[in-house]
Design a protein around this ligand. Structure first.
Ligand code: IPE
Ligand code: IPE
Ligand code: MG
Length: 254
């Protein structure tokens, strides 16, 4: 991986970052940012207050990831199943990009972060899309960390659509059935062009994947914490990275 950053020499260093091994940083970290609602309830606040607090946590973890040299940070922000929630909660979640990007974009640009979205535009309100597309446009030439929001994303829909695209190509004679490969399939997924996640973090104590990157997680290291997303700090992030560094990835070999 690229050694573009010399974070060991940085002045402002979070304690638990200093013992990370520089040459074994996961390239792609994905996070299921869960537990906003329960975090709020525990404080006697409405669920949306938890979403707001969760949003505030995004920049902090993005910068922590960037500091140690992570190349891609994918954040699961809204699933294709989250539309089932009460309309007022959905509306609030759809308003967050408009709040988040104007607030944080300058600093993200300063950090050379590039915004990307994985998911479907269909069904997402125009004002939400506008905020996301504006951020993508403004950061499209940046060459640093890719901050990839999985927004209106669901893995089964993604895989079904990839399958449909492949069948169509076969019907059109562009692809022979015998030429269907893992690579051809991957290229038709929303994550085309991105390496698979090396590390998946899920907050909130739930031990499940919830329709997130089922194909891409085939050999991803999984790390779960009981902490709710709004209380997940840089040091917790580095703790996950440290544990990742102690794992042996065998990919079925020895
Ligand atoms: C995660 O927090 C954010 C989204 C799913 C949008 P939740 O809203 O799922 O919070 P809990 O799991 O109900 O506590
Ligand atoms: C997963 O969390 C989706 C996001 C974090 C965006 P959910 O809260 O929707 O997952 P379940 O319903 O507990 O499986
Ligand atoms: Mg949840």
């Amino acid at each position: 991986m690229s050694q573009k950053k010399f974070w060991f020499g940085k002045k402002k260093q979070v304690d638990s970052q200093s013992d990370l091994t520089e040459d074994n940083i996961p390239r792609h970290v994905a996070i299921i940012m869960d537990g906003n609602g329960r975090w709020a309830r525990r404080r006697g606040l409405p669920r949306v207050a938890g979403h707001h607090s969760g949003m505030k946590n995004v920049k902090k973890i993005t910068i922590a990831a960037d500091d140690i040299g992570v190349e891609i940070l994918t954040l699961y922000a809204f699933s294709t199943e989250n539309w089932k929630r009460p309309q007022d909660e959905v509306d609030y979640l759809m308003s967050l990009p408009q709040e988040f990007f104007p607030l944080e974009i300058e600093e993200l640009i300063e950090k050379n972060v590039r915004i990307r979205m994985t998911g479907w535009k269909e069904g997402v309100p125009g004002h939400t899309l506008e905020a996301v597309e504006n951020a993508i446009e403004r950061t499209k030439h940046n060459t640093g960390l890719i901050l990839n929001f999985a927004f209106n994303y669901g893995s089964r829909k993604e895989m079904t659509e990839a399958m449909r695209a492949m069948v169509r190509d076969v019907q059109l004679g562009k692809l022979k059935p015998e030429d269907i490969t893992e690579e051809e399939y991957s290229n038709r997924l929303q994550t085309s062009g991105l390496p698979d996640p090396d590390l998946l973090i899920r907050t909130s104590g739930e031990l499940r994947i919830s329709n997130f990157m089922l194909w891409q997680l085939a050999y991803t290291e999984l790390w779960f914490t009981d902490l709710y997303w709004p209380e997940f700090s840089e040091n917790h992030f580095f703790e996950a990275i440290r544990e990742y560094q102690n794992r042996v990835r065998r990919y079925g070999g020895l």
